[in-house]
Design a protein around this ligand. Structure first.
Ligand code: DQA
Length: 146
């Protein structure tokens, strides 16, 4: 079992609107609620969580590049960029640690254009359709997988 102490949790565009954005799909809890959930789970597991959100593809790429030397794992919900961004895939391919892709909703049961994810081409593990709990599952998974 690999011990991972530094995990980057990265959230893409429009996830800053959690709580008010299509609550029937994404629920009523906010990004701040999600951050608190992840940080407290991290504390319970003795893991440092760096939690970020950006609406900008270039900022997301920069966060991934910074993680190359600072994080053992990345949990990423690239949101809409999952379906479009070769740049995010390329950045993830430069990262040697464990990568877990998370989606709050089940993207296989929604519109056709959401079914393909570039991030999935690199992800070591994918969690979807579990709501915000999917992030907690991902933190637990980070500790179990080699
Ligand atoms: C999402 C699913 C994406 O298709 C969508 O663009 C998002 C959120 C999810 O968490 O379910 O913004 O990644």
């Amino acid at each position: 079992m690999t011990i991972r102490r530094n995990i980057l949790i990265l959230n893409g565009p429009n996830l800053n609107l959690l709580g008010t954005r299509q609550p029937e799909i994404y629920g009523s809890r906010t990004l701040e609620d999600l951050k608190e959930m992840c940080v407290s789970k991290g504390k319970a597991c003795s893991i440092n969580i760096k939690f970020e959100q950006s609406n900008s593809e270039s900022e997301l790429v920069t966060f991934i590049q910074e993680a190359i030397n600072t994080s053992d794992g990345i949990i990423i919900n690239a949101a809409a960029y999952s379906h479009t961004s070769v740049a995010i895939l390329d950045a993830l391919n430069s990262f040697n640690g464990y990568v877990i892709e998370v989606h709050i909703s089940d993207i296989t049961k929604r519109e056709e254009f959401r079914k393909f994810s570039y991030v999935s081409l690199r992800a070591d593990y994918v969690i979807m359709g579990r709501g915000l709990e999917g992030y907690i599952d991902a933190i637990e998974k980070m500790q179990q997988e080699d």
